[in-house]
Design a protein around this ligand. Sequence first.
Ligand code: XCC
Ligand code: SF4
Length: 627
Amino acid sequence: MLLTKAEIQARTITEDGQVFLQKAAQDGLETVWDRYEAQKPQCGFCEMGLSCRNCSMGPCRIDPFGEGPLRGVCGADADIIVARNLGRMIAAGSASHSDHGRDLVEVLRKVGEGRAPGYTIRSVEKLKKVASEFGIAVDGKTPSDLAVELAHAMEEEFGTRKKALTFLARVPEKRRAVWNKLGITPRGIDRETSEMMHRTHMGVDNDWLSLLLHGLRNALSDGWGGSFIATEVSDILFGIPQPVSSEVNLGVLKENQVNIVLHGHNPIVSEMIYEAAQDPELLALASQKGATGINLAGLCCTGNELLMRRGIPMAGNHLMTELALSTGLVDMMLVDYQCIMPALGEIATCYHTLMISTSDKAKYPHMAHHEFHPETAQGKARELVRQAVENYGRRIPAKILPAPNASTKMMAGFSVEAILGALGGSPAPLIDAIKSGAVQGAVGVVGCNNPKIQQDYGHVNLTRRLMENDILVVDTGCAAVAHAKAGLKVPEAAAHAGPGLQQVCKALGIPPVLHMGSCVDNVRILDLAAALANTLGTDISDLPLAAAAPEWYSEKAVSIACYAVASGVFTVLGTPPPIFGSPNIVKLLTEDIEGLLGASFAVEPNPEKAAARIIEHIRQKRKALGL
Ligand code: XCC
Ligand code: SF4
């Protein structure tokens, strides 16, 4: 059934999204938005966090109006049930990032052992730096030896043998004291997740405050542990991102080239595909088939990883993943894991697209499974790129619709190293700009798309307001792609910033919105915040900083938001988390937690109002610093 113009516009602000929503409808596809409509009304108990199925005496639910049951069969009340549910969301998010990190550590070890042909150490400098942080003597050792030693040391981080995670050494003293006082210093990465699952089993931790405190510790084990390892090891293996120009939106898919779209999160597979796509033999095959080249494009965070390091263009963010297929131009989509809708495989059956899953832990309906392992990844990548090339000729002309709009230019690659590089090697110029007021503060705008919110509306409007008020925006994940599509990630976009920020951007030749990477790369933002605080000898919570996730959907986003607040950063969520069934917990997280951590959460779906709150927060922080 075709959609009306109003229906389409209510779903997304993006031009390509609007075109391909109609194309998908014409092709008879059911999209994430249709399935969301079909789910309405969604369960009110679950929305409020008041349902529990943690054991087989249940499922249970608490009546928020006090007319029905106020306790589950075991006796758990609203506070306990909401806290347990939130705790399990954090555990799932933290586990996802951390398992991603572990997979990279495995590759690092195998590279060192000479068992991962095709992979190498691209940043020996970072390898040495991180190895030193782990107490490994680096002098006189080969990169291979160091890789093995560092991998072993990192494997230890996942277990229980440490009192605190190694990367906590980068955290300002004052912040560590806060964590020690509250008893939330993260220990082993897996340990905190495992303990969360234990605590939320029936009959274990039934004090909602104690559960939530452990939730923060679990989230910190992600932020300063699993995700931190993921980012640092990715840099060691694939290189530290440096500023790079690229393009974004469905216009990056080429009619006359073999289009391979890479979707998911972990760069392990996509980096090998990137290498294979340069293979002269495969390029020759492509031209034999009538294609002028092999074109890679990214979706979600696998896309962000490739964009940051190789300048590979982005086809889109989370809600574009189905619509990308409806162009009829995708010859192969390769997925690894996380945020890959299980609907994708079936949608692809409408086209000639080959759908390939690559991880032993992530299989999907209607996808061919080609498992990648470090030992065999190089050969596997060539085999799959060859298949994609051979599939080029099987496109169905009647189903092809190239994007009517040109792709939008963007810049990416702003690792902490790159930002400090642009500043001349130290954070001092940024601190000076903040002191002078040219830059009022900095905000991380991060996270997903969610069909409950008009696609990209939350990100783009919040970010525009912040820029206009001289607030530097750093971003990651699908938010970063939203900003790029809106044209905010080119130096010329500084024209839309306030006068102070405009000047700083012009002087440095940078956009007002800096792409810092994928979702695990939110730790780059933490790292930068910690470096600023350390330079000033203060705590992160003293700085004029904030974070926002205007359109978040995933459990990983819950973990990220929790480690941001626990690290001292005020965080505004656009979609409401399932906590409103417990007034006690809402009060704790939005008010009282400030006294414990120097930061709190806010929930504000309206981006204009969210911007106003953040601007006010930054004003307060500046005032407290005497600025
Ligand atoms: Fe995007 Fe990272 Fe969210 Fe997934 S979670 S929708 S930001 S791809 Ni990371
Ligand atoms: Fe019900 Fe308690 Fe079991 Fe949850 S743990 S399902 S509230 S009995």
